[in-house]
Write a protein that binds this ligand. Structure first.
Ligand SMILES: [Fe+2]
Length: 339
């Protein structure tokens, strides 16, 4: 596949959007309000999801794409203000339009709503038509903004990935194993991330980090990278520099900075015995812990010139032994379930 086409297909895979009609999440502890909203929004052509408090709403957001949230303020467990504050902490949810419906349109509440960047405030009780018009206007405005931003972001991503792909292809040309290995690691890491209910952005990051995790090997001499036999200690020390080299290649690109930090840590081990920095536990970025599993599984099951790949069950038995030492226990459980 041509370099640019590969980058485009990569970006396209990463930005799959749910089809319309728009999905609206309604959050209210009153069953009557939820039913009212579901009926009227449904009649107007929207797909409606309901939650009875902020905590349940966060679970819905983690599971599926929504285009807009309409939320009450006063709710048990996690109220509307705390729910909105949590949404703002997540880049993926922070830009979702958020319409508040409440009886408490006091001056103080309206001030807080402004700080929480809500799109509009509907005072209860309200009429269905009034609510539908407001929802339509907010969604129209948001869609305009989103398409402009997506167009710019996609163009930037295609250009950047195209450049990075050139580099990855230079490495693939030197070492055929790296290409199939990187594809498998990307696929497994993506599957684990999805299984752990990660959002679309994180799943995309897992895919890119998996595909590029060994990019730092472009800085490793052929005599070491392609040596068929066992490496000497000095040669292994050279191999150990590839996560740092990979990170330095990607760090200057703002949209790949997180990928760089993950790649830097993909050979760290949970107990601190990995390289290059000997990070432990949660010091290791979450997706680097996921990559470590995907990387190990593919390495164990792949054929190499000097040995045959082992069977799935044998590889899984070895990986299970690394629980808490090499591998993060939570990620390991998710990996075993996902496979
Ligand atoms: Fe590596």
């Amino acid at each position: 596949m041509a370099k640019n086409a590969a980058a485009k297909s990569f970006a396209a895979q990463a930005t799959v959007q749910e089809p319309h009609p728009p999905h609206i999440l309604v959050v209210d502890d009153s069953r009557a309000i939820r039913t009212f909203m579901e009926e009227n929004l449904g009649k107007a052509g929207y797909t409606v999801h309901c939650a009875e408090n902020g905590r349940e709403a966060l679970k819905v957001l983690a599971k599926r794409h929504v285009d807009m949230v309409i939320s009450d303020i006063d709710m048990p467990v996690l109220n509307g203000k705390a729910f909105r504050a949590k949404m703002l902490e997540e880049p993926e949810y922070a830009t979702l339009p958020f319409l508040v419906m409440s009886t408490q349109d006091t001056e103080e509440n309206v001030k807080i709503m402004r700080e929480l960047r809500v799109s509009a405030f509907l005072s209860k009780p309200f009429k269905a038509d009034q609510m539908i018009i407001l929802v339509e206007r907010i969604l129209d405005y948001t869609n305009l903004l989103i398409s402009a931003q997506q167009e710019m972001a996609n163009q930037e991503k295609v250009m950047l990935l195209s450049s990075i792909m050139s580099l990855a292809q230079a490495l693939d040309a030197r070492d055929a194993y790296t290409r199939s290995h990187s594809d498998s690691v990307a696929e497994t890491a993506t599957r684990i991330a999805r299984h752990m209910a990660c959002g679309a952005t994180m799943v995309e990051t897992a895919h890119i980090a998996g595909r590029l995790h060994d990019i730092g090997k472009v800085g490793i001499p052929d005599s070491v990278l392609q040596k068929p036999g066992k490496l000497t200690e000095d040669e292994f020390n050279i191999i150990k520099t590839h996560p740092g080299i990979g990170a330095r290649i990607l760090e200057p690109i703002p949209s790949l900075f997180e990928v760089a930090t993950i790649i830097h840590a993909h050979h760290e081990k949970y107990d601190g015995s990995g390289y290059p920095r000997g990070l432990t536990g949660e010091q290791i970025p979450f997706l680097a812990r996921v990559l470590a599993l995907a990387d190990a599984y593919d390495a164990l099951t792949s054929d190499r010139p000097y040995r045959q790949g082992m069977g799935k069950q044998q590889a899984l038995a070895i990986i299970k032994k690394g629980r808490g030492s090499h591998f993060c226990p939570t990620c390991l459980d998710a990996f075993l379930e996902s496979i």
